[in-house]
Design a protein around this ligand. Structure first.
Ligand code: PLP
Length: 428
């Protein structure tokens, strides 16, 4: 018993998760209890800057008062009706989000993976009923290094062995090509059974892999030429994270949606999740025009919770906050500052080889073997110094703070990163 009593509150809670929860994650050893804006507190009341933002779900900052208010007000009134009946929030939300992003229709789901699954089903049905591909032969182009979620179909086309191994048999119907490779895409598009291409405008989980500036626009144009649907998975990159409303907006500087911008690549199918709720609730969405969305008729797809009144109320508020607080502009400005500062630090150390990213979705590449634990150890040291970040594949550390961060806060974070990196003395 004395043994148990000598554990800190954090250790006790970590043990609970280890003993009673499946070991499908390997969290940093920090137990969070409270969040506000860019800050989180652990159970010992130590404060940290959150530089992960729940994988970009918390773009609007932790516990944004307007979003929390929308959630609690709606929770007191009506939480779930299922889609067997209409509800008073859904139509308003559907009108709002389709107008916000400029599509005819939205199909509401809950998690990112479900939205991706929805897009895949939509593409297949469209292939048979509109494009005229022979039954059961439709294929969807995906990219190496992709991350689109964790369902059996989605991991079927992953090339991450952890995500995939021993979960077979795998769903057929996917053609995987190298990312950021237009020649490979051109070749893949020669197959007349291609229905769609599914792609992340920046590969987040792969290590914030940022393609050439013209990759997305060219890929979309090539798909269009072959009557192939271009489907953008913006679950992580969307909703102001990369310094514009969507990553497919390119370098467009406007705050909202604008179809006139020359840099905008309009996907046929847009997949959103994560920050669509500001992290308050699981909300995801698939947006498309009628010519695509109308292939799905009553009874052919759905979700008990998809489009529930809480989700609808929360999503409207979360999107309003993005506009009202000019989060895309802030991400753009502070992202430039952040990369400039990281380059300055890189000039002082051999530990980091480069920084890459867009807006406030960035990563530093650690100058060590992809299989070494250096990135993990640096993240533990960052945590001790008051900043939370997580390694991604291959010794890369992603830096993605909530977009409500101020310049002063960002520079305080840069100081923590600089101190941690320069004091890190593991020989490499
Ligand atoms: C997180 C993510 C998903 C999956 O979202 P979940 O809500 O975890 O199912 C899909 N695509 C991308 C690009 C993501 O980053």
């Amino acid at each position: 018993m004395s043994q148990v009593n000598s554990l800190s509150k954090s250790e006790e809670l970590i043990n609970l998760e280890n003993n009673h929860g499946a070991h499908n994650y390997h969290p940093l050893p920090v137990v969070l209890d409270k969040g506000e804006g860019v800050y989180v507190w652990d159970v010992e009341k130590k404060i940290y800057f959150d530089f992960l933002s729940a994988y970009s779900a918390v773009n609007q900052g932790h516990c944004h008062p307007r979003i929390v208010n929308a959630l609690t007000e709606q929770a007191k009134k009506l939480t779930l009706t299922s889609r067997a009946f209409y509800n008073s929030q859904l139509g308003e939300y559907e009108k709002y989000i389709t107008n916000y992003f400029g599509f005819d229709k939205v199909l509401p789901m809950n998690t990112g993976a479900e939205a991706v699954e929805t897009a895949l089903k939509l593409a297949r049905k469209w292939a048979y009923e509109v494009k005229g591909i022979e039954h059961n032969l439709a294929k969807i182009i995906v990219c190496e290094g992709n991350f689109h979620g964790r369902t059996t179909t989605i991991i079927s086309f992953s090339n991450d062995t952890d995500a995939r191994d021993n979960f077979g048999p795998y769903t057929p119907g996917f053609t995987r090509i190298p990312y950021d490779d237009l020649d490979a895409l051109r070749e893949a598009l020669e197959d007349k059974n291609i229905a769609a291409m599914l792609v992340e405008p920046i590969q987040g989980e792969a290590g914030v892999y940022t393609p050439n500036d013209n990759y997305i626009s060219k890929a979309a144009a090539m798909c269009k030429e072959k009557n192939v649907l271009f489907m953008a998975d913006e679950v992580q990159t969307g909703i102001a994270r990369t310094g514009s409303l969507l990553a497919v907006c390119g370098n467009c500087n406007c705050e909202g949606h604008c179809e006139k911008q020359e840099t905008y690549t309009r996907p046929d199918v847009l997949i959103l999740g994560k920050a669509l709720s500001g992290g308050a609730y699981p909300v995801s969405a698939v947006l498309a025009d009628d010519a695509v969305m109308n292939v799905i008729q009553p009874g052919q797809h759905g979700s008990t919770f998809g489009g529930n009144p809480i989700a609808a109320a929360v999503a409207v508020e979360a999107l309003e906050v993005v506009k009202d607080e000019k989060l895309a502009q802030n991400a753009r400005k502070l992202g430039d500052l952040f990369r400039t500062e990281m380059k300055r630090i890189i000039g002082k150390t051999d530990l980091i080889s480069r920084v890459r990213g867009k807006g406030l979705l960035n990563a530093i590449i650690i100058n060590d073997h992809p299989s070494s634990t250096t990135a993990w150890e640096i993240c533990v040291a960052l945590k001790d110094n008051g900043l939370l970040a997580k390694p991604t594949h291959g010794n890369i550390i992603r830096f993605a703070p909530p977009l409500v961060i101020t310049e002063e806060q960002l520079l305080a974070c840069v100081a923590i990163i600089e101190k941690t990196i320069l004091e890190f003395n593991k020989p490499i």
